[in-house]
Design a protein around this ligand. Structure first.
Ligand SMILES: Nc1nc2c(ncn2[C@@H]2O[C@H](COP(=O)(O)OP(=O)(O)OP(=O)(O)O)[C@@H](O)[C@H]2O)c(=O)[nH]1
Ligand SMILES: [Mg+2]
Length: 473
């Protein structure tokens, strides 16, 4: 499907009365730069100077649009005290927009804002092109990047559920499905547009999703039989998570300059300097104002984050809005209920900083990396090890009957073998591994204290490192 010809007119709206923080000269310079940079039809109405906030938000919106494969035909911005319930931007502005859409030959008008079903319907009636809002745009990008069956089903479900209440009166958008943003499902499929078929499809997709999740749950159980602490990379989209993940694991995970290249979590076991094994997972990037429906349907994808013992918050140290991005990421982490977890902040892309800024960052004690150049990776691994304090690595000796193959396998996979002897039909082995793993097999310990903790409630002896009460895992 060729959507390269898609010409998008961007509409940014700001509901605030506050004045621009840019001096007028800066606004002029910016507009001039934009015009000479080839954004066509300079009459593309800059009716209100934007604040810094909306300026960076618009930049991000442009990136999303390009990620969706469209060409930017023009931009319209507007500031109003509050949203118009019927059209979001107000009737007069809609007329103006219709003119710009026609003169820029835009075939799709994209709002950097969510539209209610009513607003969408009214706008479509009065504009010559298809109209899409921010959620649909993001869903479209998700649809293109979903790799696993589960990811694809999640995206399709979110798309269908979003579309259903917005179907009525969709003339241009839905009846002449010629492809383009908002019409693509995951893979090469086109989205269904008939109400009853959509409803049936929703039931089907939910069913399939249920099946896929069941299988995944079983796989997870198998994985968790060998307790290896999980560490998840989280962060704003484009912070460099996949690149760092690759550098850390040398795995061939897709990395891409386009946003949301990673939609499905990637998982890989790696070994830390202490020889402790961890499962590292790469996750989908967070983004400002991620539509709530999405957060819900992507909750399964973010399970890795919820299960992780330690989070690595990967930050783009070179971004001028890195602090806003950090706040945004922490907001999402709050929604996922994981703010209490140990979190290691990683200032990434330090190769893009000036020598001065880099020195300052390092002096502040921050963990600094360049995933791209492989800088700071060893130090990062050491720091991860140090964060896993809840489950320290200890050394113990066990005598295990050879018949207990599953225990031998679990210790073999989760701990480092120091010594092993075969005595009669038992294996006497000394291993170094996480206390939580070794604690499971304390009945086979050789030490005299082996039986101490069993069956007694209020004993006052000093805490046994083998008894971390791993009930929270
Ligand atoms: N200069 C520089 N560029 C980097 C570094 N790390 C990543 N990049 C680039 O930044 C872009 C985004 O990197 P990704 O690793 O895909 O970012 P991500 O956080 O996984 O993005 P999403 O999966 O979309 O959330 C790519 O063009 C990378 O080449 C770095 O340390 N230095
Ligand atoms: Mg990624």
């Amino acid at each position: 499907m060729n959507s390269a010809e898609e010409r998008a007119l961007l509409v940014a709206v700001e509901f605030a009365t506050r004045r621009s923080t840019l001096p007028p000269s800066a606004v002029l310079a910016r507009d001039a730069a934009r015009i000479s940079a080839g954004i066509e039809e300079a009459d593309a109405v800059f009716s209100a100077p934007l604040t810094h906030d909306s300026e960076s938000s618009l930049g991000e919106f442009r990136e999303l649009v390009v990620s969706a494969g469209a060409v930017i035909a023009g931009e319209v911005t507007q500031r109003r005290p509050k949203a118009d319930p019927a059209t979001l931007i107000g009737s007069g502005k809609v007329d103006e927009l219709a003119g710009v859409a026609a003169s820029t030959r835009a075939n799709v008008v994209l709002f950097d804002h969510d539209l209610s079903p009513t607003q969408l319907r009214n706008l479509e009636e009065r504009l010559p092109s298809r109209v899409l809002d921010r959620t649909q745009l993001i869903l479209d990008i998700f649809a293109r990047h979903a790799r696993t069956r589960e990811g694809q089903l999640q995206v399709e479900l979110a798309q269908l559920e979003y579309m259903l209440p917005r179907l009525a009166g969709r003339g241009k958008s839905m009846s002449q499905l010629g492809g383009g943003i908002g019409t693509r499902g995951p893979g090469e499929t086109q989205l269904e547009t008939d109400r009853r078929k959509i409803q049936r499809r929703i039931v089907q997709v939910k069913d399939d999703l249920e099946g896929v999740r069941r299988v995944r749950g079983q796989q997870r159980q198998r994985r968790e039989a060998v307790p290896v602490p999980a560490v998840a990379l989280v962060g704003y989209t484009n912070a460099g998570k996949s690149t760092l993940f690759n550098t850390l694991t040398k795995a061939g995970v897709l990395e891409s300059a386009r946003m949301f290249a990673t939609l499905d979590p990637k998982l890989k076991a790696i070994q830390l300097p202490s020889r402790r094994k961890i499962l590292l997972s790469d996750t989908v990037g967070f983004i400002r104002n991620l539509p709530h429906t999405l957060v819900t349907s992507f909750r399964a994808t973010l399970e890795e984050v919820q299960k992780a013992e330690v989070l690595l918050h990967v930050r783009d140290a070179s971004s001028p809005v890195r602090d806003e991005q950090k706040a945004e990421v922490e907001k999402v982490l709050g929604e996922l209920g994981v703010l209490h977890k140990p979190r290691l902040e990683v200032m990434n892309k330090i190769d893009l900083l000036s020598d001065e800024d880099r020195a300052e960052l390092i002096a502040s004690g921050a963990v600094t990396t360049s995933g791209k150049l492989g800088l700071g990776v060893e130090a990062l691994l050491v720091r991860i090890d140090a964060e896993l304090t809840a489950d320290p690595v200890i050394e113990q000796t066990f005598t295990i009957p050879q018949a207990k193959g599953e225990i031998l396998a679990a210790l073999g996979a989760g701990a480092v073998l120091r010594d092993r002897q075969f005595i009669d039909n038992t294996v006497r082995m000394t291993v170094a591994g996480p206390a939580s793993l070794l604690g499971r097999y304390r009945e086979f310990r050789v030490d005299a204290s082996t039986d101490r903790t069993r069956g007694s409630g209020g004993d006052s002896q000093s805490p046994d490192p083998l008894d971390p009460e791993p009930g929270h895992r």
